[in-house]
Design a protein around this ligand. Sequence first.
Ligand SMILES: [Zn+2]
Ligand SMILES: [Zn+2]
Length: 256
Amino acid sequence: MEIQVLGAHNCESQSTRFVNLVIDDTLAIDAGALTSSLSFEAQQKLKAILLTHQHYDHVRDIPAIAMNLFLRGKTINIYSTQPVYDALSSHLLDGKLYPRFLEQPQPEPTIKFTVIEPHKHEQIAGYSILAVSVSHHAPAVGYQVTSADGKIVFYTGDTGPGLTSCWQYVSPQLLIIEVTASNKYEEFAQESGHLTPSLLKQELIGFQELKGYLPQVVLVHMNPQLESDIAGEIEVVAQALGCSITLAYEGMRLYL
Ligand SMILES: [Zn+2]
Ligand SMILES: [Zn+2]
């Protein structure tokens, strides 16, 4: 399994992109950097897109990739929960901001959207997919992706503390998890449903207690302004727990 990090941050600039992963060139998770990072050819190779939640930084490129595919007579499968479908159809793809690609063109709309439910296994694009509810400001899920050869990654999407309830469902070799802010913004993180290094430490301790091991950990969704503070603080956490925690970056490739 090859996981390409298209975007690793919560703010976009020339050198940072919104969070976006692509597995084996075929399965995208979130859509903050699909069209800004992938060639037209690479966009057409995607078999499916999984969306964690409706926040703009995670769905931003859905209208753009839909337009690209529409103009080439192609379609794309998108999977997420009902609230994400509702937000896309009533906002970004409502016919005012952009065409209604969820319903048009008939008879085969550009976006084939499938509503999935948390905690039900699905077979999507050759992978076993499990959506797991996480705690965030909007309804949100993380995704465990298991390849045919048994490689397992769990990506949380945006989440605040309280992951103990979701650890029971997942057993990843690689955990891609958000850390948005540094420790001094813990109150902000708690209120808005995000993590800091010290909040992540508690979640990882909970994981180890429940599962008896710690996976390799890679961080995404960092606020670029706080990234050097996060890096320093996470090193302390990694040493205390005796595990590997690294910060993702745009263009990073991870192999399982
Ligand atoms: Zn969010
Ligand atoms: Zn976000």
